[in-house]
Structures are given as C-alpha cells and as structure tokens.
Design a protein around this ligand. Structure first.
Ligand SMILES: *[C@@H]1O[C@H](CO)[C@@H](O)[C@H](O)[C@H]1NC(C)=O
Ligand SMILES: *[C@@H]1O[C@H](CO)[C@@H](O)[C@H](O)[C@H]1NC(C)=O
Ligand SMILES: *[C@@H]1O[C@H](CO)[C@@H](O)[C@H](O)[C@H]1NC(C)=O
Length: 900
C-alpha cells in the first residue's frame, strides 16, 4: 500500500483514535517512543500463546510498516521478566494471561496488576510498565484476559496508529507518521456489551459469489481469512458463513480450523442446526430433511456435524426448519421440542456432558416464533435469538419474565434481505439512527448474548456493519440519541481525516435518511409525485445536492484516499441520485406523454441516460484499483415485479409521442385537478404552479391574465420549438396586502396560441394573530415534525427525547428511559394544542408483546399521509410514514382534534 504524506498540516492534527475508545497512542509526545527518530519497537510475544494472538502480532508489525514504512521486529520467545531484553530499543510486550510466560511473570512479580481483567471475557489492559525485563527501563504491555482479549488489545494499537479495520476490505489508506508514542495513562477495557457479535454473509449471489469465484475460486480459506481478520479488527467474534450454494466445512477443510485459529466463533444460519449447512443436507443426508419421517437419519447427520466441530469454538444453532430456509410442513411444537431434546443429547454425548458449557442458540425467525408462541419451551441453556421483521424493526424482545434465563437472549437483525415482500440487496439503505434506536432498545431490554446481522455481500454495507459492531462492543458509548452523529464524525475522521470529517459525516447521515425512505428495489416511477407538493423535484434536488457534496469531498482528497471514499460514500450517493433521476424522469415522461407534451421526449432521454449512468457507475466500481472489486456491483436492481430480483436490469417503459403539427398548446396544473382548480393558497403557503406546454413542434405565444394582486411569473412569453425550453412553468403568488379579505376563488385566464383555459385558485387571506406560535393548516393539511411539538410533559419516570435524523424528514421522538413500563397519560388539557406529548406515569403492567404466528410476519404499520410545507420551514412531500415517534404524534394530534 502506498504511504501517504501528510497533505496538510492542519488536516490530521487531531490523533486518530480507536473508534469510541480510550486513547493510548499519540503522534506528538508521550513517555515511550515506539517509532521514529531512528528508533523502532520490537514486539515480544510468547511461544506458548494462542496462534491467533501471534498472528495478530504479525499484523501489528505490518501495520507499523503501513504507517512508518518499517515493520516491527517480532520476537516470539519463552523469556520471563528476569531475562535480558531481546532488544536494545523500545519494546512492546503482548500476551495472554496463562499463556504467556512473560506476562505471567510480570503478574507474579507484581509489575502489573490484572485483577480488573482476570477471568473476564475478551478483556485487555494496555499500559507502560517499568523494568519489565532486565536492562529495559520500560515497555508498552498489552495483556489479554483470553485469546480475543489479547487480539483486541493488539488491534486497538493498530487502529490508533492509523490502520483502519477496513484498510483492505474498503481500501482505507493510512497516513504516514514520523513518530509514534505510547501514552502514560493505563487503559483497561472490560468485557464487551454483547457476548457474541457478528455478521451473516448471505444472499451472496450474484455479487459476492462472482467476486469470490474470480479472486479465490470459491468460498475457501483464502477468502475467509480476510473476513476473519476484518471481524477481529472490528472487535467482533462471530460469523455465519455463506450458505446459498456453499458448505463452509466441506468446500475447504481449512475453513473451520482457521476460523478457530484466528479466534472466530463459527455459527451457522438460523436454518442450519449443529453446524451442518443446507447444502450438506441435500448432498450428504440419506432421505428427506424431515423429522417426522426420517428422524434417525437426521440424528446421524447432525451427530456428524457435532463431531466435526468438536475441536473448535462454535456456537451451535439449534432447532429445525424446513428445506432451504422455508417452513417445514410437518414440524409441530411437540416435534420441535423432541428435535431440540435430541440435539442436546447429541451435544452432551459428543462435546460436553455439561450442556451449560456449550454455547447454543435457537433463532425464533419467521414461522419458528409461532412454535414458541404455541408454548414450546426452550431449555435454559439455549440462547433465544429474536429477530426483526426483516426490515429492521424488532418484533419481540425478552419479556420481564424471560430476562433472567441462564443463556439469555439475542438478536438476528437485517441490513440485507431476500424474500417477501421485496428483496433489498443492492447497496446500503440503512439509517444509522434507526439501527441505534432498535439496538439501543434491544440492549435496554436485555438481549445481550448475541447480536448477529445479515450483511448480504458485506461490501456495500461497510458503514452500517462498523456502527452495529461498535455498539455491540461497547454500548456505554452509545446511550444517547446524538451518539449516532458522534460516531459518524469519529468514523469519518478515522477513515478520511479531520479536515473532511464534518462534510463526510453530514453526507453519510443524509444518505442514510434518504436511502431509508424507501428501499431501492421498491422504488419505481409511481413513488414520488410529480404533480403534488413538488415532491419528486424536492426529493431529487436533495439527492442532487448530496451527490455534489460527496463529489466535492472526493475531489478535495489526496488520490490515495479516493478509492475508499468512492466505495463507501461517493458511489452510494451517486447511485441513489441516478436511480431517483431515472424514476422521476420516467414519471414525467409517462405523464407528459399522456398529455401529448412534446417535451415528454426530453424526460425520456434523461431516463435513458440515467439508466446508462447506472451501469457506467457500476463499471467504474468494478475497474477501481485494477479490478479489485470486480463483480461487487453485479446485483440487479431495476425492474423488480415480484419479491425476487429480476434476471437483469430493465429500462422502465418510456413513451415517445410524435410531435403533432396541428394541436394547440396545453395547460396542466399543480395537483392535476381535471376541473382546473388549483390547491388553495394562503399566506403561509409559498406558491402554486401552472405548466403551459407544446404539443406540436411549432412556436406559440402565451399570456396569463387575472386580478392585479395575483402575480404570475412569467405572465407572458413564447413556447419555443421543441427542446428543453419549450414548456413554461408559471408560478402563482398573491400580493396579500392587496388581496380581498377572507376566502375567495379568483380565476386565472391562460391564452396560449389558440388555447384558452380558465383556472380557479381558492385563496384565504386570513392572518393568524401575531402572538400565534404553531402550525397552520394549508389546503386541508397540517404536517408537524415530531420535534416541533408545542409542549412535552415529562413525568417522574419518563420523558421524550429527540432522535436527530431519524425517519424521513427531520427527526423522531422516543420515550426515555426505555425500561419503563406502560404509561397512562394524565387527563387531557382543557384547551386544544396542536401537539401535546405526555410521558404519563408508571403503572405495573408490562406491554403486551404478541408474537405473530404466521410464516411471514406483518410488516411495520405503514401509513399513507400527505405532508405540507410548514409556513416557516420543512419540505413538501407525500409518502409513507413509518416509525414509533410519528405514529405517536399523530395519535396525540388526533386526540387533540387536529385534522390530518
Ligand atoms: C511488513 O510485513 C508484511 C507482512 O509480513 C510484508 O508483506 C511487508 O512487505 C512488510 N513491510 C515492510 C515495510 O517491510
Ligand atoms: C457447567 O458449565 C458452566 C458454564 O461453563 C459452569 O458455570 C458450571 O460450573 C459447569 N457445571 C459443572 C457441573 O461443571
Ligand atoms: C414539424 O413536424 C412536422 C411533422 O413531423 C415536420 O414535417 C416539420 O418539419 C416539423 N417542423 C419543424 C420546424 O421541426
């Protein structure tokens, strides 16, 4: 990797810390210099330590090389604190309690105190220790409580010297450093918030699979070691491997042992018990995958899985579903109980008679939750893995009666999904605020044993993956709604430097909001209105600004930083903009063609060129860095007609009307009312529009006539020959000082060529008192952003908090703390308010959380509503409002007699 020179002194002055974690490294000064000024540290590891720790040590050595140009010298020895230092220069000592003789001798001689981490899961401490070896004044010592504790401690240094966990998987460049110092403040990092934290590589055809085939020939260990390393650098520990057409333990027999050696706990998906993949079921099992008719063969098959996995650290998936990720037609709650009993018998006779010592998980996904609902009880030593609704909304979390289960609960979450009602698997559509809101809830409700997220092809979801795993590692950093913005800013600083971190964070934050409004696969020309509320144009202009903001940051970066910025930030912004261009132009083309507008052809051409730009952008991605990520954008995404992806992208249907030579010009109005009545206008709405358009290729003049206080811009002009400028949008505003009082409906006369149209415009000049503060109805609508409530009443136990950037337009509200029980609001106030939020007071009932029984669980409540511009701010759009905060506000709003 090319080393980057400091491209501007001010750019990277602030040190690049491990994301959200306490600093132990400085580039300016510190009591122990590790690199620079003619010195370079030696890394001392112990012969007896875990192979995975020694391997991570080699990574640390190479990471110093990435930053300083010179690798650390690595010494793997059996020395103890009484031996002479193997180096005359600075020394870093790393090792695991009980595995490293040197660490153990430092403990037994009282040179380090590990009482805070000893016996703890995945914990470490890093500190400067005096006289650790004979002839050595001090060394930086990294001590792990266990294998991964040491590995995370080592990678903590890697990240802090400036090597991103994504240095390879997203090509994040390192900044060259002249000097590296260790800080004097000791650091103790306790057990992670969530015990098993990981990702599920899934829905991997075509993108990941095509890429893997080209680069590695298949899902073998040459591919997987990259994933293992990435996960460990991200402080994760758990993986569900690909399973559509692969067999992790069979495709390459080194896969399983290497995962264990690296320190990754392997699992299998929710539908693959006892580490045997779905493809193994069809290839190696006698008879059908059916408990009712083929129990003995199923047991034999699963026993082989347990035996195979015995040497390794594994988290066993329990239970059973039908073939290939479907519901089984024969399983019942009773037979599933028998399945689990038999599986535990296999584990206790083959792995460990103490079942509590074997990590086990039963995923209550899709139809499986129904068995639980029917009364099936899982043994206490199996973790219950609750799932979201495939769209990021947790369906159920532990009830108070369930939080004390011995093996606890966890969550299976989706950033990518294949299935009914529609796949989403092209590029990132995740709102980090929504992830925060749901995972914070999950954490507060006590599901802390396992967090696993479906990440599709992995590659286009770098940012949501990093965010999810950072929360899983240390939720104490992410208790506040605004922690998402804080995280983004630190993430942007780590990947691209502080000079562009604000701009980058703002782009990524807006991107998540826009992309999450509607998954790309569910977009088409009918989604955003080109007639009402200027919705399509507003949405499109937001995307345009976003893409140009992203481009500006990209252009300002040194070239070595551009590939990673392109992959994680610029590409999705441009891809989203292009797709919205495609659908808005298609909508205009279709509508205008129906009106006989010659300019429909221009929109058709915009759509055609957006469609071409979409594949050109994918090809730019594929050519990046000499084709490193070829095929990663192979996913089809245009032309869905059912839940499943189309075989190829297809251009939406466009119309090309012939320019009639005889027809007169036409008129179309905002709102599309066929009786030519515009939506009403008052002092608090901006304007209305009228389109005057050509239906022929000849020139025509037009004029707009009305009362003097009705202002048309322009009020006359010429429809030129076909081309972009041939149609005219006339904006109508009112001079309210001269308009009649009260409500009237003036007429506007349009003469265009031989066409004469009369348009009516209901207006109301009523003015609210100057003391009024609030929201004003316009054209029968009031839309209020949740955070613009009039009053918010807290109780002794609860209050509302704003989640910035949550939802589709501005923010969301949620109750805090999340652990409160059902709240009953106080009696309504004696006067009407536009929006009144009650946090209520506590009672002892807990929320009844029903678990749906059906295979396809219901999607979140979707409400169609039209939104109007607030007089002072806000955007005009129509759409679907999803989210607790929005629902709550509407309910309160209705109770107060507002109209919606
Ligand atoms: C550092 O070590 C890595 C891994 O062994 C090696 O590929 C790289 O060339 C080394 N770099 C330098 C600067 O010696
Ligand atoms: C069984 O394993 C659990 C978890 O490791 C442990 O706490 C418990 O003491 C073990 N029980 C016996 C009887 O060894
Ligand atoms: C207008 O359209 C007619 C019929 O297609 C064509 O014959 C004529 O040349 C066009 N005129 C111009 C100015 O493009």
């Amino acid at each position: 990797m090319e080393l980057i020179k400091l491209f501007s002194v001010s750019c990277f002055l602030s040190s690049v810390l491990a994301l959200g974690q306490a600093p132990i490294i400085s580039f300016d000064d510190g009591p122990l210099q590790l690199a620079g000024g003619g010195t370079q540290a030696t890394l001392v590891l112990a012969t007896g330590d875990w192979k995975g720790v020694l391997r991570a040590g080699a990574d640390l050595s190479a990471d110093f090389g990435r930053v300083t140009g010179k690798n650390l010298t690595v010494k793997i020895t059996e020395i103890t604190t009484s031996d002479t230092s193997p180096s005359t220069g600075p020394v870093i000592i790393a090792g695991t309690i009980g595995k490293s003789k040197l660490i153990d001798s430092l403990i037994s001689t009282g040179k380090i105190d590990v009482s805070k981490i000893r016996g703890q899961w995945e914990s470490f401490q890093t500190q400067i220790v005096a006289n650790p070896l004979s002839g050595l004044a001090s060394a930086l010592v990294i001590v792990g409580s266990d294998k991964r504790g040491s590995i995370y401690g080592i990678y903590d240094v890697s990240e802090q010297i400036g090597v991103s966990p994504w240095y390879w998987f997203a090509d994040v460049a390192s900044i060259s450093r002249a000097k590296i110092f260790a800080l004097g403040t000791p650091k103790v990092q306790g057990p992670p918030s969530i015990k098993y934290r990981g990702i599920f590589l899934n829905d991997e055809q075509p993108a990941l699979t095509n890429w893997v085939k080209e680069k590695y020939g298949g899902y073998n260990s040459k591919f997987y070691v990259n994933v293992f390393e990435l996960l460990l650098r991200l402080r994760a520990n758990y993986l569900w491997p690909t399973m559509w057409d692969s067999m992790f333990n069979v495709d390459d027999t080194k896969n399983g042992p290497l995962a264990d050696e690296y320190g990754i706990v392997m699992g299998t998906s929710h539908t693959e018990p006892l580490t045997r993949s779905s493809k193994e079921q069809s290839n190696y099992m006698s008879g059908n995958w059916d408990w009712a008719s083929n129990k003995q063969n199923v047991i034999k098959f699963l026993t082989e899985g347990a035996k195979r996995s015995k040497p390794y650290e594994v988290l066993y998936t329990m239970g059973m579903r039908g073939n290939a990720d479907t519901a089984s037609p024969t399983l019942t709650a009773a037979s599933l109980s028998d399945v689990i009993k038999s599986q535990q018998a296999i584990l206790s006779s083959n792995i460990n008679t103490n079942l509590s010592a074997i990590p086990q998980m039963w995923c209550l996904y899709k139809e499986v939750g129904g068995y639980y609902q029917d009364g099936l009880k899982a043994p206490d030593d199996i973790t219950l893995l609750w799932s979201d609704d495939n769209n990021g909304n947790m369906q159920r979390l532990p009830l108070p009666s369930e939080v004390n289960r011995q093996a606890g609960a966890g969550v299976y979450y989706h950033f990518d999904y294949v299935g009914d009602p529609r796949n989403y698997k092209w590029i990132n559509t995740i709102s980090l605020e929504k992830t925060w809101e749901q995972m914070h809830l999950t954490y507060e409700r006590g599901a802390r044993q396992i967090w696993i997220v479906n990440v599709g092809d992995l590659k286009p979801l770098e940012i949501p993956i990093n965010h999810f795993l950072d929360m899983a590692y240390d939720m104490s950093q992410y208790g506040e709604p605004k922690s998402t913005q804080t995280w983004l800013s630190k993430w942007a600083t780590r990947e691209f430097g502080s000079a562009v971190s604000d701009a980058t964070a703002s782009v990524v934050d807006r991107y998540g909001m826009y992309a999450n409004r509607r998954k790309y696969e569910l977009l088409d020309a009918s989604i955003y209105s080109v007639v009402n509320y200027n919705e399509a144009d507003t949405v499109l202009s937001q995307w345009k600004t976003l893409a140009s903001d992203a481009q500006a940051v990209y252009d300002s970066l040194p070239s070595a930083f551009q590939p990673s910025f392109f992959e994680m930030v610029l590409h999705p912004c441009k891809a989203g903009y292009i797709l919205h261009q495609l659908y808005v132009a298609t909508a205009k083309n279709n509508l205008w063609a129906g009106q006989g507008r010659v300019n429909a052809a221009d929109q058709g051409r915009i759509a055609v060129s957006a469609y071409a730009a979409d594949s050109a952008l994918a090809s730019t991605y594929h050519k990046l860095l000499g084709g490193k990520w070829n095929h990663m954008m192979d996913q089809t995404h245009i032309g869905y007609t059912t839940w499943q992806q189309p075989a190829s992208n297809s251009l939406p249907s466009l119309k090309w009307p012939a320019a009639s030579t005889s027809k007169p010009p036409g008129v179309a109005i905002e709102g599309g009312n066929s009786k030519l009545e515009l939506p009403s206008l008052n002092r608090y709405a901006k304007n209305r529009w009228i389109d005057i358009y050509s239906t022929s290729n000849s020139t025509a003049t037009f004029k707009v006539e009305s009362d003097t206080w009705i202002i048309a811009t322009p009020s006359s002009g010429t429809l030129k020959a076909p081309g972009d400028t041939s149609d005219q949008r006339v904006l109508i505003t009112i001079d309210w000082e001269k308009a009649p009082t009260g409500a009237t409906t003036p007429k506007i006369k349009i003469t265009a060529g031989t066409t004469v149209s009369t348009i009516s415009l209901p207006i109301d000049s009523t003015q609210v008192p100057s003391t009024f503060h609030g929201h004003i109805e316009s054209d029968k609508t009031i839309a209020i952003e949740p955070e613009h409530y009039t009053t918010s009443t807290s109780s002794s136990t609860a209050s509302y908090m704003t989640i910035p950037m949550y939802g589709r337009t501005l923010s969301g509200l949620t109750l805090s703390p999340l652990s409160i029980s059902t709240q009953t609001p106080p009696p309504p106030p004696s006067h009407l308010q536009h929006l009144h939020l009650h946090a209520g007071h506590s009672n002892d009932n807990h929320p009844p959380l029903a678990l749906p029984k059906h295979r396809y669980l219901p999607s979140p409540r979707v409400r169609h509503r039209h939104r109007r511009r607030r007089p002072d701010q806000g955007t005009v759009r129509a759409g679907h409002e999803i989210g607790h905060a929005a629902e709550h506000v509407e309910r309160e709003h209705e109770e107060c007699g507002g109209e919606e």
